[in-house]
Ligand binder design. Structure first.
Ligand SMILES: Nc1ncnc2c1ncn2[C@@H]1O[C@H](COP(=O)(O)OP(=O)(O)OP(=O)(O)O)[C@@H](O)[C@H]1O
Ligand SMILES: [Mg+2]
Length: 340
């Protein structure tokens, strides 16, 4: 049985641009799909097709069990949408905007008012609740738009870059609301540029580029594809590099790298923290003094760069993959310090 959001072979072209080039999706009920992809990948186009705002050239989509092309109005009644660009009525106050949505969904006045108050508080808008939305800052509008999408809890929700432009406190508030919704059975498709967000919220992730799904899986599966975990050791003196290399080779599961400037050795491993303890013991036993040692896992950022970097550039698989593995985030700054 197809999931709560299902798409098969979606194609949408704008002139020469194939914004969607054969997209298949299947999101099981009550789960979150995180859709990642660089600017122009086709994320918003996919959301617009799935939410009936745009007709695809080819393909089929079923949302909440309803065929999107055959019964768009029925689909609209079963979904919630928060778009990439906030859609609020400028002349109404924040509270009025939210109450209006409740009324559109036939909530009783009292319930609409209570829900509006609740959401205004959660998104830290209570103080501004009775001011017209046109006086709101960009981040405040964004929050009001999200709150509007959350007035009712439809079975299927779409959020296009919901936390872009939100400060950390409000991002956290949204994550909490999303987690509650999903715990209550809502199915969510979320696009995001914040990979930490996908890591936290999404059961499954698909990476889109040039209108195609180029990878899918859980966050852990995608990370494992990018190379799995590795041990990184920084030895105290360069003379110890050869011995350390020998030790690491004994534990490694593939080619390692050595950076003589930073005295950092990296080797792919399997075995987690237990193995790390063994590496430390062995290095200690061989008299190697270490400045730093750690087990590093690739982040989703590594995955993203390796996948989309590869897709955007050339056929050279090793080139793109290797870069992101050895060039770990945050290491750059430390490297420069050490060289100096
Ligand atoms: N209405 C339109 N007319 C012409 N081209 C369009 C239209 N909508 C989208 N496109 C093109 O389709 C491609 C995909 O756009 P889309 O907005 O889906 O990307 P996106 O993944 O949401 O990007 P972003 O991360 O910047 O929001 C882009 O090349 C864009 O220029
Ligand atoms: Mg977009």
């Amino acid at each position: 049985m197809p999931g709560a959001i299902y798409a098969e072979g979606l194609v949408k072209t704008f002139g020469d641009v194939r914004a969607l080039d054969g997209v298949d999706l299947d999101v099981p009920e009550g789960t979150v799909l995180g859709m990642l992809g660089p600017n122009g990948a086709g994320k918003t186009t996919a959301v617009r097709v799935l939410t009936t705002l745009l007709q695809p050239d080819h393909g089929r989509a079923v949302v909440a069990g309803i065929d999107v092309l055959a019964h768009p109005d029925r689909v609209r009644r079963s979904i919630g949408l928060s778009g990439q660009f906030a859609a609020v009525d400028e002349y109404l106050t924040g509270r009025e905007n939210l109450m209006m949505v409740g009324q559109l969904y036939q909530m009783r006045g009292r319930d609409a008012k209570r829900r509006a108050g609740e959401l205004l508080e959660r998104f830290h808008l209570s103080d501004a609740a009775d001011r017209p939305a046109k006086t709101y800052s960009g981040g405040m509008r964004r929050r009001l738009d999200l709150a509007a999408a959350l007035v009712v809890s439809p079975p299927v929700m779409f959020m296009d870059e919901p936390t872009t432009g939100l400060d950390p406190r409000n991002r956290q508030a949204l994550w909490d609301v999303i987690q509650e919704l999903v715990a209550g059975g809502t199915t969510l498709l979320l696009t995001t540029q914040y990979l930490e967000e996908a890591d936290r919220l999404a059961h499954d992730i698909c990476v889109v580029d040039h209108g195609k799904v180029i990878a899918r899986g859980t966050s852990d599966q995608l990370k494992a594809r990018t190379g799995g975990e590795r041990v990184e050791v920084v030895v105290h003196v360069a003379e110890d590099i050869p011995v350390a290399e020998q030790v690491l080779r004994g534990f490694g599961k593939g080619e390692g790298t050595i950076d003589p400037h930073t005295r950092k050795l990296t080797v792919p491993v399997a075995g987690g923290a237990k193995l790390l303890a063994e590496v430390i013991r062995e290095l200690d036993g061989r008299g190697v003094e270490i400045d730093d040692i750690g087990l590093r896992r690739p982040t989703l950022d590594d995955v993203f760069i390796s996948l989309t970097g590869h897709a955007a550039e050339a056929e050279d698989e090793n080139g793109a993959g290797g870069e992101s593995l050895t060039g770990g985030r945050g290491a750059g700054g430390r490297e420069k310090e050490a060289v100096k």
